[in-house]
Write a protein that binds this ligand. Structure first.
Ligand SMILES: [Zn+2]
Length: 141
């Protein structure tokens, strides 16, 4: 069994043809894969674990992928989306830095900048206005 390029799904030779390993596994498990796709539910594109393989139609997979993308975004893409949002935001990176450095009560800071206390809290915790210049950003969710 030869695994192909890193980001692609694993492929192997099966009955003289190149076939997706997951399809072969799904077949061996007795699934009817005719007109369907054998995909994974664990988020690892290289996964061929029979317990993680699900057989579904392309339409279902597309719906599912769209949902998954909301939760998981590639860091580069997330950075681009954030940049677009920040262009039309109330706050600026300078103000955000001031908020982070401000040691007063969050409610006081919030009323000073005309934002909610929740926003202040999320900024301080790094959930909002994440610092994308930090190269360790990929380690965080
Ligand atoms: Zn898996």
């Amino acid at each position: 069994m030869a695994l192909q390029l890193r980001s692609r799904s694993p492929v192997m030779r099966y009955q003289g043809k190149h076939m997706c390993v997951r399809r072969v596994v799904a077949l061996a498990m007795g699934h009817n894969i005719e007109g369907k796709v054998a995909t994974y539910k664990c988020g690892n594109n290289l996964c061929v674990n029979p317990d993680h393989i699900v057989v579904m139609t392309k339409t279902t997979l597309q719906k599912r992928t769209n949902k998954v993308n909301v939760q998981y975004m590639h860091p580069t893409r997330r950075q681009r989306v954030a940049a677009a949002r920040r262009a039309s935001a109330k706050l600026s990176p300078e103000i955000v830095q001031k908020i982070r450095d401000d040691t007063r009560a969050q409610r006081k800071i919030a009323s000073d900048y005309g934002i909610t206390q929740t926003t202040v809290s999320r900024i301080k915790r790094g959930e909002m206005w994440r610092d994308y210049t930090n190269s360790f950003i990929q380690l965080f969710k």
